[in-house]
Design a protein around this ligand. Structure first.
Ligand SMILES: *Cc1c(COP(=O)(O)O)cnc(C)c1O
Length: 372
């Protein structure tokens, strides 16, 4: 059976180790903030080469806690791409800040640095680049721009754990460790996913790490001493134990995704009706999604055509953020041309670490028969 993400086959391949890890936590009764959480935290710090990982309950909380830690004031502006998942902008609005939505590059789908530059005002305080679909935003010019204007950079790394970016001096950094704060999600379908909800915040800054930890834990730095208004956001021990098992395999999982993407690319690059996902040479694409652009034909008709053949496909994202009812008050009108065009023409095909060439052949034939 072809699935967008095949968590079942992945589990079956690591079942023994996962089951043992879960049962160990249950037997230990250390369900909250247990040793499994501390172990995973240290392993992720090592893997990402980042000084601090602060585990939390999900990726949306990670973004919210990051914004809270920076002590932004109501009315402060935070720049986000208009072509992203809602969580990125939602937490900004929730905290009384103003999301400023800007356009993206037509090839990599990541935030357009010149559009960010054009959107900066005296009220701008932060930029949230999203490493969309598994590859890093163009961080070098973005970080330079942020430095020049004294802005915070919060990376939304929910879709790109394991990806990296190479700077012009040759330094290579993992996504989520280049800005002031990185945020990620361990939602089951993400590249590093647990079996429920989970998230993490990353930073190299000691003072910021302490603040992030405090905010995630009811604003307390010492038991029953609440210095600031915080939230309750924890990664539970069972999820942490599962993540430790999967983190060891993350590079291998991501390599398999890349291999599957290469296989798709070889065929789809020969079809004039399609544009294959662009790869920025500076980043290792970890293909959270494999997203094609239709240059001709009706995208929704292709999705239906595939569904009739038992092939799932998804549209990430069909509606620009500024056209969502919830964000109407943050939008003066008009359209962002690239975001509009992508929302009309993108389609994501099944992509996961267990995808076989045989399954891909069925998917490829499904796509080819639509255009035949
Ligand atoms: C999944 C995702 C989030 C939110 O993560 P949750 O764990 O579901 O809260 C945020 N941003 C992006 C880009 C995502 O894909």
């Amino acid at each position: 059976m072809i699935r967008m993400v095949d968590l079942k086959t992945q589990y079956e391949n690591i079942r023994e180790e996962i089951d043992r890890a879960v049962l160990d936590v249950i037997a230990s009764t250390e369900y909250i903030n247990g040793s499994a959480v501390k172990r995973f935290q240290a392993e992720l710090e090592e893997y990402l080469q980042v000084k601090h990982v602060v585990p939390c309950a999900n990726g949306t909380d990670a973004l919210q806690i990051a914004m809270m830690a920076l002590e932004l004031k109501p009315g402060d502006e935070v720049i986000v791409p208009a072509f992203t998942y809602v969580a990125t902008a939602e937490v900004i609005a929730l905290l009384g800040l103003t999301p400023i939505m800007v356009d993206v590059y037509p090839d990599t789908f990541n935030v357009d640095v010149e559009q960010v530059r054009a959107a900066i005002t005296p009220r701008t305080r932060a930029i949230v680049p999203v490493h969309l679909f598994g590859q890093s935003a163009d961080m070098e010019p973005l970080l330079a721009l942020a430095r020049q204007h004294n802005l915070y950079v919060i990376e939304d790394n929910a879709q790109a754990t394991g990806s990296d970016y190479t700077f012009s001096d040759g330094t290579r950094r993992k996504t989520g460790t280049m800005g002031h704060i990185g945020c990620t999600s361990f939602f089951p379908s993400k590249n590093l996913g647990c079996y429920g909800d989970g998230g993490a915040i990353t930073t190299h800054d000691d003072a910021l790490a302490q603040r992030l930890r405090m905010i995630a834990n009811h604003g307390q730095s010492q038991l029953y001493h609440h210095a600031v208004i915080g939230v309750n956001s924890r990664l539970d021990s069972i999820q942490a134990a599962i993540l430790s098992v999967k983190l060891k395999r993350l590079d291998q999982y991501n390599a398999r995704r890349r291999q599957a993407a290469d296989y798709y690319d070889a065929v789809f690059s020969q079809m004039p009706q399609l544009t294959i996902p662009a790869r920025n040479a500076r980043t290792t694409h970890v293909f959270h999604q494999y997203t094609l652009i239709l240059r001709e034909g009706d995208r929704d008709a292709l999705k239906r055509h595939l569904a009739e053949r038992g092939i799932p496909a998804m549209v990430y994202y069909p509606i620009p953020l500024y056209k969502q009812q919830a964000f109407a008050r943050y939008w003066a009108g008009g359209e962002l041309p690239i975001t509009e065009q992508l929302c009309r023409s993108v389609i994501s095909l099944p992509m996961h670490s267990e995808l076989t060439p045989e399954q891909q052949n069925v998917i490829i034939e499904g796509v080819q028969s639509f255009f035949a």
